[in-house]
Design a protein around this ligand. Structure first.
Ligand code: GUN
Length: 285
């Protein structure tokens, strides 16, 4: 039977550590970290995630403000707002919740965020630093996946990681981070021809394709570490990309949905906001 990796518990440990550190720093510098979250449109999932992020901020002592805009906002108005936040001395981190409406160019928005305040790690400068393995601010879900693996099963070095999904926000940064931990990495996607064959070779299998219960027991190797990034709502219920009940019978470890990767994304956002604040005061990791 697999170890069920408890993302809620690991996230709580990290958040407690962050809270403690912020208390000390607030005393020293006279203010705590500040985060601005920009939410465009009325996507219910985005509203839920943004609500969770700002609640998590207030629990650890990070000041946060959510700036909500209708879906019709123009790209240039959004960029003006980001530039204003880039200059705001009380704001250490800026996050633009994704996805954005189609008329807004996501790349131009990510480019507008100051790399020092880019707590999502999606500005091209930070992505470049990630490629070079010298990034401070790295994409939150990818960072959360690495933490989960390290804290529960430890050794990444030498393992074959297969990532299903090539998004800028999850698949690509996760692949790079696993590579930097000396894993052998394969990325699969919708055009991959022999997906089942490749998935079955994985020691670490990260599923980020957004298809409920897609990865079944027969597609994985005995002893696999299964990391489920899928959040699929079907008839009001949440399902991951793994068929959890089947895969847990053969895996050595598996993350549940909910309660696996999701809470880690939030913990890593808090960690990045604290890192951005500390670099403002010339405290580097
Ligand atoms: N939408 C889904 N996940 C994320 C995330 O980690 N960051 C942002 N900005 N948007 C998201």
């Amino acid at each position: 039977m697999a170890l069920i990796i408890d993302g809620n518990a690991i996230s709580k440990q990290i958040r407690d550590g962050i809270k403690c550190e912020i208390e000390g720093l607030r005393h020293k510098f006279g203010r705590g970290p500040g985060l601005a979250v920009i939410l465009v449109g009325d996507n219910p999932a985005s509203q839920l995630y943004v609500g969770r992020k700002s609640k998590a901020c207030s629990e650890v002592g990070i000041y946060s403000e959510v700036k909500k805009f209708p879906g019709e906002i123009s790209e240039s108005v959004l960029i003006d707002l980001i530039e204003e936040l880039n200059r705001d001395k009380t704001i250490d981190g800026i996050l633009v919740q994704l996805p954005l409406p189609e008329h807004i160019n996501e790349h131009r928005i990510m480019e507008a965020i100051s790399p020092q305040k880019d707590v999502d790690g999606l500005n091209p400068v930070n992505i470049g630093n990630l490629v070079l393995n010298c990034a401070t601010l790295v994409p939150c879900t990818a960072a959360g996946i690495i933490e989960l693996i390290q804290r529960s099963v430890k050794e990444i070095k030498g393992k074959h990681s297969v990532i299903i999904g090539r998004s800028n926000i999850v698949g690509k940064p996760t692949a790079l981070m696993l590579l930097h931990h000396h894993s052998t990495v394969t990325i699969c996607h919708s055009r991959t021809k022999n997906l089942n064959e490749i998935a079955k070779q994985a020691d670490i299998l990260v599923a980020a394709l957004g298809r409920p219960k897609f990865i079944t027991r027969d597609m994985v190797k005995e002893g696999v570490i299964a990391i489920d990034v899928g959040i699929n709502r079907v008839d009001g219920k949440l399902w991951g990309d793994f068929d959890f009940e089947g895969v847990k019978e053969v895996a050595s470890a598996i993350t549940p949905v909910p309660g696996g990767v999701g809470p880690m994304t939030v913990a890593m956002l808090l960690k990045n906001t604290l890192l951005a604040y500390k670099s403002n005061y010339k405290i580097f990791p």
